[in-house]
Design a protein around this ligand. Structure first.
Ligand SMILES: O=C(O)CCC(=O)C(=O)O
Length: 242
């Protein structure tokens, strides 16, 4: 991925370590407006998953379209221009609340699957899964290397309320076999992010998160962007050109 326009130490860290934290990316008033839009949405249906352990909204911008004008600040446009000088599309948007005291933990993994519109017989693509929400596939590593995940934090987040743990540099090892993951995790670090902060992450970065031992929620908007067009016969299921 080109990061020439995203200058300075943040760009260097993102390229070398596969993640970076940008505190103060959204002002407190922006965070309040984003939370208000989520809380006042009367949404229900299969894209909404509510339990004691997690509240998640898939296809977030389709479910709550009023969020995009709030998210698309000059700072976001500048960041995306730095990450993707030739333009990009939003390919996935999810909201996750890990509520206070949640037992939801996420084991070490890489984000290897992308959401697409249909199955297609294409070299390098597979395995495929079909769920109620649609088709997903593991694409070639080159496609994943062209995706950037932006996690917008709406609460102060640290090790006690489910901050992501990551293995710096693990994105440079391609797809890590399950049996090899334990060899990487002694080098893990916790990514604390303040409310209004943004965590940038590459999908091939090994990451995990713990249960919450805090009385604070951990609300995050997880947005994935990509510049790569998929081969003929396949399209990003949630693709939104910017
Ligand atoms: O938000 C979390 O704690 C984990 C999310 C995650 O691992 C993912 O979206 O791949």
């Amino acid at each position: 991925m080109e990061t020439a326009v995203l200058s300075g130490p943040v760009a260097a860290q993102f390229a070398a370590e596969g993640f970076a934290v940008l505190p103060d990316f959204y002002a407190p008033a922006d965070v309040s407006a984003l939370l208000h839009a989520v809380e006042s949405s009367a949404g229900s249906g299969p894209n909404f998953r509510r339990s004691q352990e997690v509240f998640a909204i898939r296809e977030l911008l389709k479910e709550i379209p009023s969020l995009w004008p709030l998210l698309e600040t000059p700072a976001l446009r500048e960041l995306l221009a730095g990450l993707f000088p030739a333009g990009c599309q939003l390919v996935k948007a999810i909201y996750f609340d890990k509520p206070a005291g949640s037992n939801w933990l996420v084991a070490w993994h890489q984000d290897l699957m992308i959401n697409v519109d249909q199955r297609a017989d294409l070299p390098g693509f597979g395995p495929w899964t079909s769920k109620a929400e649609g088709v997903s596939v593991q694409p070639p590593v080159a496609v994943l290397e062209n995706v950037a995940t932006l996690r917008i934090h709406l609460d102060d987040c640290d090790a006690t309320n489910g901050a992501l743990k990551v293995v710096p540099g693990s994105h440079r090892h391609g797809v890590v076999p399950a049996a090899a993951i334990a060899g990487f995790t002694p080098d893990a670090t916790v990514c604390a992010v303040p409310a209004g902060g943004m965590m940038l992450m590459k999908p091939l970065l090994l990451h995990a998160s713990n249960r919450s031992t805090s009385n604070r929620p951990r609300r995050v908007m997880h947005l994935e962007f990509a510049s790569a067009e998929l081969p003929d016969g396949l399209a990003w299921r949630e693709g939104r050109l910017l």
